[in-house]
Design a binder for this molecule. Structure first.
Ligand SMILES: *Cc1c(COP(=O)(O)O)cnc(C)c1O
Length: 332
């Protein structure tokens, strides 16, 4: 497996730090908890999409694209990072926004990520939930071509095999840090949504011969759907890097019990987790992904599934820009 074979543009500050959260660990009284700071990737307030976009944008540049087309929810962190990456590479950015949250507040519709998308000059178009975005993005691509441009489509969350390479790389990077810091890690925990992060991590670790268990905490789909989504993408990613069959279906585990009433809808436990990490560690997480994933990790500690004597790594996937869109619900 050699990632240097793939086109890549440098967008992220790497390696991101791996830090011990001593006050949180002590407060919860269970395992020692570490945080992999992918909120510090550096592009437009950071987050996990930056790593993926290094490879997606690498492909776009290689194909001579001058316009990026992508899709996300109104408060998509992916869209914000893609819009910034397009600016850095001198490309236009066409964005299809899905109105996934019904009855959004004024703040949700205008603040946070979508505000930053506008700062980056992305062209935003709004679509109803359930739109077929493959079709819609192709039609925008045709439009760009008719105007003389060269489009490149990045799927939602940059979660195809090319984007997942960013997390293959992150998995390898973490193995190096565990060794450097002389750490034996028992479990890795991450939010899992469009699946590229989880799939890439699985491939990065398994193709390196490492069997560290990975727990994905789901944020939208039921467990069977989420695990299949991750597994399918892991298989494609493994093939792309020449490590076919390195990930088994039963190795992909998603716990989808912390979604609450739906994607992007706040839960009590997410609210508690965000305030806990802010007040014990001075860290900011987000309501849609990393906050719900933290709620899952905290619950696993409280239930005794992660115990004293173990070392756990929580992957901080970023998203704090989305906090501002929830300023009317988080502190109530
Ligand atoms: C997109 C995102 C995730 C989920 O990553 P996927 O690769 O889509 O599964 C997690 N956290 C944040 C903050 C995100 O923006």
């Amino acid at each position: 497996m050699n990632l240097s074979d793939f086109p890549r543009v440098r967008l992220a500050h790497l390696p991101t730090p791996l830090e011990h959260m001593s006050r949180l660990s002590e407060h919860l009284g269970g395992p020692e908890i570490f945080v992999k700071r992918d909120d510090c990737t550096g592009l437009a307030t950071g987050g996990n999409k930056t790593r993926k976009l290094e490879f997606s944008m690498g492909e776009a540049v290689k194909q001579g694209a001058d316009t990026i087309i992508t899709v996300g929810a109104i408060q998509s962190n992916h869209v914000r990072q893609a819009a910034a990456a397009a600016c850095k590479l001198g490309m236009a950015c066409e964005v299809l926004l899905e109105s996934r949250v019904s009855d959004p507040s004024e703040i949700y519709s205008k603040s946070g990520n979508v505000f930053l998308d506008r700062i980056f000059g992305a062209n935003l178009r709004q679509f109803d939930a359930g739109t077929d975005f493959n079709v819609a993005m192709k039609s925008v691509a045709d439009e760009v071509r008719r105007a003389g441009g060269t489009p490149y489509i990045i799927p939602g969350g940059a979660s195809n095999a090319v984007g997942a390479l960013g997390y293959v790389d992150c998995g390898i990077e973490m193995l190096g840090q565990f060794k450097e810091q002389n750490l034996t890690i028992d479990h890795l925990v991450s939010a899992t949504g469009s699946a590229g992060t989880h799939a890439g991590l699985a491939v990065g670790l398994r193709a390196s011969g490492n069997d560290l268990p990975i727990l994905g905490i789901g944020v939208n789909a039921p467990q069977d759907v989420q695990e299949e989504r991750v597994y399918k993408l892991a298989v494609e990613t493994a093939e792309l890097v020449g490590a076919k069959d390195c990930v088994a279906r039963e190795d992909i585990i998603a716990d989808c019990n912390y979604i609450g009433s739906g994607y992007g809808i706040p839960t009590e436990s997410m609210n508690e987790a965000i305030l806990m990490l802010a007040r014990f560690e001075g860290l900011l997480f987000d309501p849609v992904y990393s906050g719900k994933a933290l709620a899952g990790m905290i619950d696993h500690v409280r239930q005794g599934r992660f115990t004293k004597g173990q070392n756990i790594v929580f992957l901080h996937t970023g998203g704090s820009a989305g906090l501002f869109a929830y300023s009317d619900t988080l502190l109530t």
